[in-house]
Design a protein around this ligand. Structure first.
Ligand code: GUN
Ligand code: ZN
Length: 443
């Protein structure tokens, strides 16, 4: 595959801004990003790098655009696409009223395939190049999703939901069957191209101890696979878990005692964890996925980033579609900022962008390959249009520094900013008005 180079402003992280401050990021106003064989071959100042660029490599001109790593959405549900924006319910009623009926359709492979295609397109359109996704209880649902992700070279971690109690009959599996179905999916898909498997017990209330035990067994048998679930999203849910597992010290302990907490475990929400649970998650290497649009939409509560981090717990961002109300990580950063504002702890713009890119990659244990634009990384990135709206264009003229620009982008931006999405060094999605062949830079 021939190389390509892009000229534009380039921004990415090489470490955590919380730990490294200004040394954590790279911003090149007039930069060149040189891609070879799906990876970043070199990145640097245009005026320097152009001298070493092979003359056969075409240069696409994106001056007045910002090139950033592809976004990482660490938690969402693809079967919930058709009921995103469902009115008026809180978590447990929302699941009963809206979610379960919709998810029951995914036993139909044709339906699963059509929603999978739409879902994968929506990710790319929003600039998400890596996602960690819940299927439905049906094995075919995940089969269909992996096929569509593979077609688009998306990096996808997904799993079949395991739930053997407290759900309608049409959605209930049983522990041995959920083990067999998950195992078959792992053997077929885990590690194929950019696809990886996550053992997916929905949350403690919908699994028996036996099922959680079998989920733990899978993690033990297949090192390197992931675990995804929900934890402490609402107070009612926490009280229910206490009743269902009376001998467990707390919610996190339910997962821990079945071997579900580890470096590749991602738990959504974690709003109502106590200090002991935060410590337990941190010690295991697991991460919490903060899903602000969902937490506000369902009225679940305010997640404190500061509290989670005080215990060293890893944090990523998730949209949590369909309880989340947007596929856009820009919108998600915006709402994350507002949630932290309500807690009196304003989220630094660098921190927000880190969470949506390299921080997400760290939480997913994938920072060696994605989340940044350093040489050698998989070339997943976005071309952002800094003039996507008239207000944005005008407001950016009045920015004094990079921090302000990043903040304005996350507060005024959304999917409209994403002009192009590239995966593995190839253009995977372009807005209608984007150039399709690329302008030649005049040097
Ligand atoms: N808890 C258990 N299932 C779900 C779900 O589908 N969405 C959210 N937001 N929370 C959950
Ligand atoms: Zn969720």
């Amino acid at each position: 595959m021939a190389g390509t180079a892009l000229r534009g402003s380039i921004f990415y992280f090489i470490g955590s801004p919380v730990e490294l401050g200004e040394a954590s990021w790279v911003y090149i106003e007039d930069g060149l990003l040189w891609l070879e064989q799906g990876r970043v071959h070199a990145v640097g100042e245009y005026r320097d790098l152009i001298k070493t660029l092979d003359s056969s490599v075409p240069v696409r001109d994106y001056r007045h655009h910002l090139i950033v790593p592809g976004f990482i959405d660490a938690h969402l549900h693809y079967p919930q696409l058709e009921m995103i924006a469902a009115w008026g319910a809180r978590l447990l009623d929302w699941l009963e009223t809206y979610t379960f009926p919709v998810e029951s359709q995914f036993g139909d492979p044709g339906y699963a395939a059509s929603i999978s295609a739409r879902f994968a397109d929506e990710l790319l359109r929003n600039g998400t190049t890596t996602a960690m996704v819940f299927g439905s209880v049906h094995r075919q649902s995940v089969e269909a999703l992996f096929i569509e992700a593979q077609r688009r070279s998306l990096r996808l971690i997904a799993g079949k939901v395991m739930m053997d109690r407290n759900v309608p009959d049409s959605l209930r599996d049983d522990a041995p069957q959920s083990y067999r179905d998950s195992r078959a999916l792992i053997e077929r898909w885990h590690g194929v191209d950019r696809l990886q498997y996550a053992v997916t017990p929905r949350f403690a209330p919908t699994s028996t101890a036996q099922q959680l035990e079998m989920a733990g067994q899978l993690l033990h048998e297949f090192p390197g696979i992931y675990m995804q679930t929900h934890i402490a999203e609402t107070e009612k849910e926490v009280a229910w878990v206490r009743k269902l597992f009376p001998d467990a010290a707390n919610y996190a302990a339910v997962y821990q005692r079945h071997g579900l907490l580890g470096r590749r475990s991602l738990l959504a929400h974690g709003i109502y964890l106590d200090d002991e649970e935060r410590g337990m998650l941190a010690a295991s290497g697991a991460s919490i996925v903060h899903c602000p649009t969902s937490n506000l939409f369902l009225g679940s509560g305010l997640f404190s980033l500061r509290q989670a981090r005080a215990y060293g717990t890893g944090v990523a961002l998730g949209t949590d579609v369909g309880a989340g109300t947007s596929f856009s990580l820009l919108t998600t950063m915006n709402e994350a900022y507002k949630v932290q504002q309500l807690l009196g702890e304003p989220l630094d713009p660098f921190d927000a962008w880190y969470l949506a890119t390299l921080g997400g990659a760290v939480a997913l244990d994938l920072d060696a390959v994605i989340g940044s634009l350093q040489a050698g990384k998989e070339a997943d990135f976005l071309v952002l249009d800094l003039e996507a709206t008239e207000l944005l264009r005008f407001r950016l003229q009045h920015c004094r520094d990079l921090s302000e620009m990043l903040f304005v982008l996350m507060m005024l931006g959304d999917d409209r900013l994403v002009q192009e999405t590239w995966v593995l060094g190839s253009l995977a999605w372009a807005r209608d008005d984007s150039m399709d062949s690329g302008g030649q830079a005049d040097g």
